[in-house]
Write a protein that binds this ligand. Structure first.
Ligand code: 6R9
Length: 654
């Protein structure tokens, strides 16, 4: 977002003071900031007491090995016990944990007692395969209950899960399985996508071809479509799990025992395996879910629309809500299957009170029209949330007006795969809300906007977002790559010990934070992080492409859209390369290499790319082309005529 645009936004911004009735019943009050400020460690100690610890910690934080933190040192707990068993032990076994809604319309209500049985059976099944604490398990599943059960079964046994988004390609699965050296993969025969059953197991097999470290593939039967089978390796979930005992004694693990690895795009082609551990992570997801969503167990019906393949699904479908004994909706399908009112129909049917989604979906709802939600009874809703990218004020105001009855608090939650849990966000009932601003760090957490030197910028100015204090759910490294961990996040402000988030941000005149999007080569498409390099590598791996440059161009629905510039290989005529078929083949190739979410919105065939004398591609200029703007300053180009060539080429054949 350019400075001008931002200035406009900030000018337009209105302030919505907290609603008194909401404030009177809110889980959090503004006092929490002062309480945390007075003694951070005591504050986090209190939050950790939300959980059941088998052994209490002896030290809250050990930062002596920075940037590798240890939280609740010496403490021992079982994450799955905290998310399931203890609620049953406390007499809430009959409370519904999950109202599951399948895309074709099938449903399942699962109580905490039933969830406990399912998790115990799955844990017994995984043990029977010889898996031991510390082993890695890859999970590529649709949004079905078995996905959540699998994650919790891993947590129960101290196995490290690596969930791979169901829309990722065989190649993406393979690189993740290999990087983490997963011994078992859990998947499904197929998944429903917009009313159709599409193969999943077949694709998993393609990804696993030649990978001999995977001992077993467990397959959930979801759609009934044909699944290729490798005897001796593949096992049906129902054959393996259904007959297991519902008794399983959870073992307590060290607070720093690894819980999961989740891969996310970095600035190079290779995704980073972000590592999270147990005690600190669970403490912060439980705390934030409690205060940010104002969640009341036994009363609220909570719905986070994310997929478990992303961190939002990990922290705010699985671990946070279940640790807090939530009753939640889990929906398998897309928001317009079979019709564009599907979400509102579900809200009405289950009486959803808390709804947490992404700006890209809000903008899609805007496109579909306000008459669609208006056709449903949304009066059960009492709080709305947003995550994944900056929410533009128009979308915020539409969300409040058409979904939130013109009155509900909206929590704009800034965080990352790396932070594990929400960091910057309003406290509903306590904060005055500003459409488009995430406001400030939550109590117990700290964020600053700084310049190149790491000095805090004055109000009204912008810079880089940093986190200047360690936090309980922080990543504990990149799987197998300590150096990349230090380089990516800690090298930029090494002397100051700040975590560099990769986001630009600005303080307004009140000192509130406005997030401005990534400052690196990571694009944000529909709230998903995709690196320009990753897409470039995919394009260049196609036989007709010599060179490629990719930029994120602003897009009214998806936030950013991927625009690629490609130079055809020698021997491929410009006309031929820019033909409809050839472009389609390239887009499909990227989908195959990475996944459909990475498909470029537009591909332009060009004779040259704009480069500096040191050979760096000047994406700024390409972005000007992609966004149909006047081309900016070209004086640092090695050959300043290149932009003319590109412009001429595009006029000629697009
Ligand atoms: C949770 C999640 C992280 C990146 C992050 C930032 C962007 C997320 C945001 C936001 C502005 C918000 N982002 N939430 N930007 N306001 N409320 O999305 O994790 O997939 O790792 O993405 O998303 O750019 O750096 P992840």
């Amino acid at each position: 977002m350019g400075d001008e645009v931002l200035a406009n936004l900030m000018q337009q911004s209105q302030v919505f003071p907290p609603d008194e009735a909401f404030a009177a019943q809110a889980n959090a009050t503004a006092d929490l900031y002062a309480e945390a400020e007075a003694d951070r460690e005591a504050f986090w100690e209190k939050q950790a007491e939300r959980l059941h610890w088998e052994t209490r910690w002896s030290q809250v934080l050990d930062w002596s090995g920075a940037p590798f933190a240890k939280w609740f040192v010496g403490g021992r707990l079982n994450v799955a016990y905290n998310c399931v068993d203890r609620h049953v032990a406390d007499g809430h076994g009959d409370q519904v944990a999950i109202h599951w809604v399948g895309e074709p319309g099938d449903t399942r209500d699962i109580t905490y007692a039933q969830l406990k049985d399912e998790v115990c059976k799955a844990a017994n099944a995984l043990s029977s395969l010889g898996l031991r604490a510390g082993d890695r398990v890859a999970i590529q599943l649709p949004m079905i209950p078995e996905a959540i059960v699998s994650m919790l079964a891993c947590a129960r046994l101290g196995l490290v899960h690596s969930v791979v988004f169901g829309g990722f390609s065989p190649a993406a699965l393979r690189s993740r399985v290999e990087d983490a050296d997963a011994k078992v993969v859990i998947t499904a025969d197929g998944q429903y996508r917009r009313g159709k059953a599409v193969p999943m197991k077949e694709k998993v097999d393609e990804g696993l071809a030649g990978v001999d470290t995977v001992r077993n593939v467990i397959v959930v039967r979801r759609t009934g479509i044909d699944a290729p089978w490798t005897e001796g390796r593949d096992l049906w979930w129902h054959d393996l799990v259904d007959s297991q005992s519902t008794e399983h004694t959870p073992e307590a693990f060290d607070s720093e025992h690894p819980l999961f690895v989740l891969y996310t795009s970095g600035t190079t082609g290779k995704p980073k395996g972000i590592l999270h551990t147990s005690g600190g992570y669970l403490t912060q997801v439980a705390y934030t879910h409690h205060v940010v969503f104002d969640h009341k167990p036994g009363q609220d019906v909570y719905w986070c629309t994310a997929d478990i393949g992303w961190v939002t699904g990990h922290s705010y479908i699985v671990y946070g809500p279940l640790a807090n004994r939530a009753t939640q909706v889990v929906y398998e399908g897309t928001p317009n299957t079979p019709h564009e009112g599907r979400h509102w129909e579900i809200v009405q049917q289950y009486g959803v009170t808390i709804y947490y989604t992404a700006p890209t979906l809000i903008r899609t709802f805007m496109k579909w029209g306000e008459q669609i939600p208006a056709g449903y009874d949304l009066s059960s809703l009492r709080l709305l949330g947003s995550v994944g990218e900056p929410i533009n004020p128009e979308a915020w105001l539409w969300y409040r007006k058409h979904i939130g009855n013109g009155s509900l608090p909206i929590v704009d939650t800034w965080w990352q795969t790396e932070t594990g849990a929400i960091m910057i966000c309003p406290l509903p009932g306590a904060s005055a809300l500003k459409p488009g601003s995430a406001l400030r760090a939550l109590p117990g957490l700290s964020a600053k906007v700084v310049n190149e030197k790491g000095e805090e910028v004055p109000r009204g100015s912008g810079g880089y977002l940093v986190l200047d204090q360690p936090w309980p759910a922080m990543l504990r490294g990149i799987w197998g790559d300590e150096e990349r961990y230090r380089d990516t996040y800690w090298a930029r402000f090494a002397d100051l010990g700040f975590y560099f988030a990769g986001d630009g941000a600005k303080y307004d005149d009140d000192g509130d934070i406005w997030l401005l999007g990534r400052v690196d080569d990571v694009m944000n498409v529909s709230g998903h992080r995709i690196s320009t390099t990753e897409v470039e590598s995919a394009l260049v791996s196609h036989p007709t492409v010599a060179e490629a440059a990719v930029v994120g161009a602003s897009d009214p629905t998806t936030g950013q859209g991927i625009v690629a510039f490609v130079i055809p290989r020698g021997g491929v005529a410009q006309d031929e390369a820019s033909g409809e078929e050839a472009i389609k083949a390239l887009r499909d190739h990227v989908a195959k290499e990475i996944g459909p979410i990475a498909k470029p919105r537009q591909i332009m065939v060009v004779p040259e790319l704009p480069k500096t004398r040191s050979g760096k591609i000047m994406r700024r200029l390409l972005r000007d082309v992609a966004e149909n703007r006047e081309i900016g300053d070209v004086t640092t180009l090695a050959d300043s005529s290149v932009m003319d060539l590109i412009a001429k080429g595009l006029r000629g054949g697009k």
